[in-house]
Design a protein around this ligand. Structure first.
Ligand code: PLP
Length: 457
């Protein structure tokens, strides 16, 4: 290399470094100026810069959502004996939130999994999660799944799955009338109303027997227009704790199919009635093995205690694999503008549990222990009321199933129990049995006795 060429290289190198330094300086300046806290102090903005009415001046204050209002009132109550039997979550004997051991175990494994990424999931979520979720409700050897007639998409828990299903039906199904049981889960009407569908109710609960109004249900569904959508709960009906027997389900199925109604199953409590995932899914399986179509919203909130992870799925069982594929393509277009794609963590937990025999068994043992405890608490509450001679027939506490007892207490009695005993529950008298413990049952029984007799013990 000649000395001239070397000098040229040195000059070019200096120039290059100089321009890099300059760029870096400019970038640093830009960064420091655009920092939000500094811009506040340098620009000296004052509140006078933005005078005039709020852009939201005409917004009217909305009423609180009842179950959350109960939660807030409970959290503000300083009483040491307060009891929250409102929101449907499972509590330990000490009244503490419960995280399943198997969930904790999986989470540790997930943290150590270096192959796991934080990349976006597909719009339809985790494929393995979807397949395992469908198998959980339809059965491992479901013919519909073998024939690829089922499409399943991961959604945001039970609520997200119901809303996705409602939006899909509003866009792609010819009948816009939805029948809900009377009463039903408080959020059910919202999913369908928000999707622009029309609501009707069918009789379900008989306040006299505190059981199923089966004839009323058949009569109302029998007079529904052909093709109407009917929302059923797979088991552990919220809020009544009243489920049809398998024999009654079969009669419902025959009616639904003969009238060409479209069943939409809400599956938020599979396993919570009997402790058996297979037994609790019998109702929906009847509607799948007959070759007909239906929708199912799955939720892992209650059955795996994953409430805040928002993990669930929507399955649509179709007549043919070709229809299922087309339906899935349209589900993507429903999901994409809402939240684009679902989150990973909860689905990763569920997938790890469902695909591993040992973890699956551990989960079902834990689930069964939870259910046995709820059943035991039913017996204890019933015995406690009988021992106190509380007026009325309380046998429905033993006959109703799953997470809730529809006590028959009226809004006034509930208000009395809240005021005098600091017991919080929904005003329709629904008691979350999973919020009780052996220690709190006598206290609840005192409160019910007092509310019913009007005497403070
Ligand atoms: C019948 C029913 N469906 C759906 C849901 C919503 O569940 P998630 O928390 O999974 O959205 C609930 C919650 O209480 C419920 O009771």
């Amino acid at each position: 290399m000649t000395s001239r060429v070397v000098r040229l290289y040195v000059t070019l190198d200096k120039l290059f470094r100089h321009s890099q330094d300059n760029q870096q300086q400019k970038q640093e300046q830009k960064l420091s100026v655009s920092h939000p806290m500094e811009s506040l102090s340098t620009k000296e903005t004052t509140s006078k810069d933005c005078n005039g009415d709020s852009a939201f001046e005409n917004v009217v204050r909305a009423p609180d959502v009842p179950v959350y209002a109960v939660m807030v009132a409970y959290s503000k109550d300083p009483s040491p004996v307060k009891l929250n039997l409102g929101i449907g979550v499972y509590r330990t004997e000490d009244g503490k939130p419960h995280v399943l051991n198997v969930v904790r175990r999986v989470e540790k494994l997930l943290i150590d999994d270096v192959s796991a990424t934080k990349e976006y999931l597909p719009i339809t979520g985790m494929a393995e999660f979807n397949k395992l979720s469908a198998q959980l409700v339809f059965g491992a050897d479901s013919p519909a799944m073998k024939e690829n007639r089922v499409t399943t998409v991961q959604c945001l828990a039970g609520c997200g799955s119901l809303r996705t299903g409602a939006d899909f039906l509003a866009k792609h199904y010819h009948q816009h009338t939805v029948y809900l049981s009377q009463p039903t889960y408080g959020n059910h009407p919202n999913f369908f109303l928000a999707a622009g569908l029309t609501l009707k109710t069918y009789r379900y609960y008989d306040p006299i027997t505190r059981g199923l109004d089966f004839q009323g249900m058949l009569d109302d569904l029998g007079s529904a227009p052909s093709g109407a959508i009917v929302l059923f709960q797979v088991c552990s009906h919220n809020p009544t704790g009243v489920d049809p027997t398998l024999h009654q389900w079969e009669q419902i199925r025959q009616l639904v199919r003969s009238k060409g109604l479209l069943p939409f199953f809400d599956n938020a409590y599979q396993g919570i009635v009997s402790g058996s995932l297979d037994m609790d899914a019998q109702s929906v399986r009847m509607f799948v093995t007959d070759g007909g179509e239906c929708l199912v919203a799955h939720s892992y909130s209650k059955i795996m205690g994953l409430y805040g992870e928002r993990v669930g799925a929507l399955s649509i069982v179709c007549k043919t694999a070709d229809v299922a594929r087309r339906v899935e393509s349209q589900l993507k277009l429903v999901i994409r503008p809402m939240y684009s794609n679902p989150p990973i963590h909860g689905a990763a937990i569920v997938t790890a549990i469902l695909k591993d025999r040992e973890m699956f068994d551990e989960w079902t043992v834990e689930l069964k222990a939870m259910i046995d405890r709820i059943i035991h608490l039913r017996q204890k509450l019933f015995d406690a009321l009988r021992d106190r001679g509380t007026p009325g027939d309380w046998s429905h506490i033993m006959k109703q199933v799953g997470m809730y007892t529809f006590s028959g207490l009226n809004a006034e009695q509930v208000a009395f129990m809240t005021k005098e005993y600091h017991i919080y529950m929904s005003s329709d008298g629904r008691i979350n049995m999973a919020g009780l413990s052996a220690k709190t049952v006598p206290y609840l029984a005192d409160a019910i006795h007092s509310a019913v007799t009007g005497i403070n013990l």
